[in-house]
Design a protein around this ligand. Sequence first.
Ligand code: SAH
Ligand code: AVI
Length: 337
Amino acid sequence: MTPLHAPEAIVVRSYLGPGDERSLADDVLDGLTRPFKELPPKHFYDARGGELFDRISELPEYYPTRAERAILEARAADVAGDAAELVELGSGTATKTRLLLRAMADAGTLRRYVPIDVTEGLLRASAEELVCELPGLRVHGIVGDFERHLGHVPAPGPGRRIVALLGGTIGNFPPGSRRRFLRRMAALLRPGRDRLLLGTDLVKDPVVLEAAYNDAEGVTAEFNRNVLRVVNRELCADFDVDAFDHVAFYDREREWIEMRLRATRRMDARVAALGLDVAFAAREEMRTEISAKFTPARLHADLAAAGLRAVEVMTDPDRRFALSLSERSRSQRTAQP
Ligand code: SAH
Ligand code: AVI
C-alpha cells in the first residue's frame, strides 16, 4: 500500500548495535558482582517492557501520566505554540506528545519531531501514526541510548526548539548523574531561543506514592521482573524470574521510590554470555529503579546546577506533578551532548 505521507517524511537512525549488548553486559557485570546488587532501569524496556509501561500508565493507582496529560491539555498551546521542533528523550508511544505537536501544527509552526528511544518498535510505530495525523510533519527518529547518543541529535533548524523529557523519567537518574544529564540536555538548547520541557513527579503522601508502584493488578511487578527476562534472553542467563518478588517502597529521607527484586529462596544463576555465576541468598534484594520525587526547591536547584532557569512551572489541579519550562542561562557554560 502506498503510504499517505511523503516517503521522506520519516528518517530513523539506529545507534544501537553490538556495543549495546556490551552496555547491558557491563551493567550486569558491575551491578551483579556488588555486595548490594543493582541493575539500571533502562534495561526494563524491550518491546514487552514498553507494553508493560503503557499498561502501568493506564492503571488507577499510577497517577503521573494522567496528571502530566492534564497539564498538557490545559497548557500545550502556551508551552509549544510557536515552536518549530520538538526533540523528545524517552519518547515511548508519544501519546502525550501529540498534544504538543498538535498545538504546534495549529499555530502553523510545526516542522520536525525528533524522538529518541531505546525501543525501536515503539518509535517507528509512533512516527508512522504522527506523520499521518499531522500532514507536513517530518520525523527524525533516533533509536539509541539518550545517555550516550545525544550527539546524534541533528542541528536545530530555523525557529524555536523544545527539548522534552516527560513522565518523570529524570527521577530515574541517581542524584549526581541527574544534574550531569540535565547539563547535556541543556547543551541542545540555544540561549534565548530554545526551551527544556521537563516532567517531574512531586513529593506527596507516601501512601499515594507507594500505591502507584504497588498496583493491585501486579503490572508493575511484571514490569520489574522483566529486567531479568531481558538479561536471560540477551546474555543467555537462567534466572528463575518467577522466584523473585516485586518490592517498591518510598524512602522518606531520600524522597524517592525504590524498586527492588527480592529472591524468595537461595538461588544460583549463570550468565553464560559473561561466564558469570551469581548467587542470591534467601530474601536478598537487588535494586532495579529509583524514581525521585521533587520539591520546588529540588527542581530549581537541579536546573540551576545544569545552567538552566525555570521560566514557568505548571502543575495539575491536585498538585501531584509538575511540568517546567526552562531556558539556558546565558552566563553558564554547558557540557557537549
Ligand atoms: N515519555 C513517555 C514514556 C516514559 S517511559 C511517557 O512520559 O509516558 C520511559 C521511556 O524512556 C521508555 O520508552 C524507554 O524505552 C525510554 N528509555 C529509558 N531509558 C532510556 C535510555 N537510556 N535511552 C533511551 N530511551 C530510554
Ligand atoms: C518512566 N518512569 C518515569 C517511571 C517511573 O514512575 O519512575 C517508570 C516506572 N516504574 C514503575 N512504574 C513506572
